[in-house]
Design a protein around this ligand. Structure first.
Ligand SMILES: [Zn+2]
Length: 335
């Protein structure tokens, strides 16, 4: 079986850095993982083997309770070839459950995916969204065969994410992020497989793919609510710097011949995303669509080829050679 794509999005895992400071090299990167108390993981994997294509969508929600009462189908939202089927427990009051938000989410998702991957026109996408009560433990691995160009994913979220406006963007960004990974694996040209460079190309592919998916979900947020915010749970420390990488480390990353451990590649991808963010938006945790930074992000995402990683690599090369190091991200300002 060939593994084409696995990406853990929005891990609630903090990557705490060692403090070997400026002389450290990315080649020797040492990141320490610190598990936070409540891990939430959403991920997607695309497998192609002997012509069979399978999508596996993962949801892990930490909690103490089992799900005792099965969820019931509540509602369907559809625009074009994109459909969201909603499943909830009895406790969720459908009337207050952000109906407009999820209608808009469906249509914006459809437009956005269609623009980035014209191939999507030949497919249908069905998303199962399961909303579980607070405190319930979920560990779901959902396999779906791709037949007749039908794509099917299933994700679990908490009631709070669904009913409370402050958290709804989390669902929107996670969906757009994971679908970026999936559509990239489905539609983009595969990374080169020359014998010598195989490992390196694969590594670069993982890292750039993670940063592109993060930029894509930020763009999706700008599209949906004209604003995007850094996600606290995705902050990384790379060689003692919080959030971002300086030019020297970017250049090392772009040219390194050493292997970066696979479990750090996603974290470095997120650090790249934050480096692009800070380079255009300064240390602001919020980005507004109508600002220069918001325009930059939206133009980057709307360029033809954003679904193939070439633009993102070019954008990072520009940032790495501009002679100005990206500032570190400071902690989230108190609200
Ligand atoms: Zn990801």
């Amino acid at each position: 079986m060939k593994r084409l794509c696995i990406a853990l999005a929005f891990l609630t895992i903090l990557i705490a850095g060692n403090v070997s400071a400026r002389q450290s090299e990315l080649d020797k990167i040492e990141l320490l993982r610190k598990q936070s108390d409540v891990p939430t993981i959403h991920a997607v994997q695309f497998i192609q083997s002997f012509g069979r294509k399978t999508i596996i969508s993962y949801s892990i929600l930490d909690g103490k309770n089992e799900l005792l009462v099965p969820l019931a189908f509540a509602k369907q939202m559809q625009t074009g070839n994109t459909r969201i089927n909603l499943f909830t427990s009895d406790q969720v009051d459908q009337q207050i459950a952000g109906e407009n938000f999820f209608e808009t989410l469906t249509s914006t998702l459809q437009q956005s995916l269609q623009q980035t991957w014209p191939e999507f026109a030949e497919y249908t996408l069905s998303i199962e969204l399961h909303i579980v009560p607070e405190g319930v433990k979920i560990k779901d691995e959902y396999r779906s065969a791709v037949k007749n160009n039908k794509l099917h994913v299933r994700y679990y979220f908490r009631e709070r994410d669904f009913t409370d406006q402050r958290y709804q963007m989390g669902i929107a960004r996670t969906l757009s992020h994971e679908l970026y990974h999936l559509f990239y694996a489905l539609f983009a040209p595969h990374p080169p497989k020359t014998r010598l460079k195989r490992s390196l190309a694969k590594q670069k592919y993982h890292i750039l793919n993670e940063s592109a998916a993060s930029i894509y979900d930020a763009c999706f947020s700008l599209e949906l609510v004209q604003k995007a915010t850094i996600r606290n749970d995705a902050l990384t420390h790379v060689n003692g710097r919080q959030g971002t990488m300086d030019d020297a480390e970017l250049n090392r990353l772009l040219t390194t011949k050493k292997n970066i451990p696979e479990n750090f590649q996603s974290a470095i991808g997120v650090a790249l995303f934050h480096t692009v963010w800070v380079s255009v938006n300064g240390q602001n945790w919020d980005m507004l669509a109508e600002t220069d930074a918001g325009q930059y992000f939206r133009e980057l995402c709307n360029q033809p080829g954003f679904g193939t990683l070439t633009n993102i690599e070019a954008a990072i090369e520009v940032i790495a050679s501009d002679g100005v190091d990206a500032m570190q991200l400071e902690n989230r300002p108190q609200e």
